[in-house]
Ligand binder design. Structure first.
Ligand code: OFO
Length: 173
């Protein structure tokens, strides 16, 4: 059974995961229209993963005697100056989500809710992976600089990263 405090905190995280999904969906649309098909595919996959994170939380709250709340979401940014700016925003957002998960974990300890604490460990690992991926991608973008050929190859390359990431999710890693 989750306490009211934990239920409220989990519901706030549900909203954050839903907003993450919308943010990446918006990035996918921008990339697709600009002709970056690989980046668009990556962002569509990320958006789907964030929706899965949201659903996992929803199921948990409902199973633990609470009620998941579906909230109104803020509108995501729809325009980006460059691919680099877009990935910088992605990294910033993932750091924000990690902070939010950490805060949530902290609350479970205060509340002595070890079941929710245990459940959240998956999210802690997931955030490490997502931040690492965002940093790796930004390193590549910085290496490429203004080289159009490099950017073309990067767009092809990132589809491989998508495959690795999806496989990791499927094995629960
Ligand atoms: Fe939900 O995993 Fe990142 O944000």
């Amino acid at each position: 059974m989750v306490s009211k405090i934990i239920e409220k905190a989990l519901n706030e995280q549900i909203k954050i995961e839903a907003e993450s999904s919308q943010i990446y969906l918006s990035m996918a649309c921008w990339a697709e229209v600009k002709g970056f098909e690989g980046v668009a595919g990556f962002m569509f996959d990320q958006s789907q993963e964030e929706r899965d994170h949201m659903l996992k939380l929803i199921k948990f709250v409902n199973e633990r005697g609470g009620q998941a709340k579906i909230s109104k979401l803020s509108e995501p940014n729809v325009d980006f100056k460059t691919i680099k700016e877009m990935f910088e925003m992605l990294l910033k957002h993932e750091v924000y989500v990690s902070d939010s998960i950490n805060e949530l974990v902290h609350i479970t300890l205060q509340e002595k809710d070890y079941a929710t604490h245990n459940f959240l460990q998956w999210y802690v690992s997931e955030q490490i992976e997502e931040e690492a991926m965002a940093r790796t991608i930004l390193d590549k973008i910085n290496l490429i600089g203004d080289d159009k050929g490099g950017l073309y190859l990067f767009d092809r390359d990132i589809q491989q990263l998508t495959v690795v990431s999806s496989a990791a999710i499927q094995t629960g890693a």
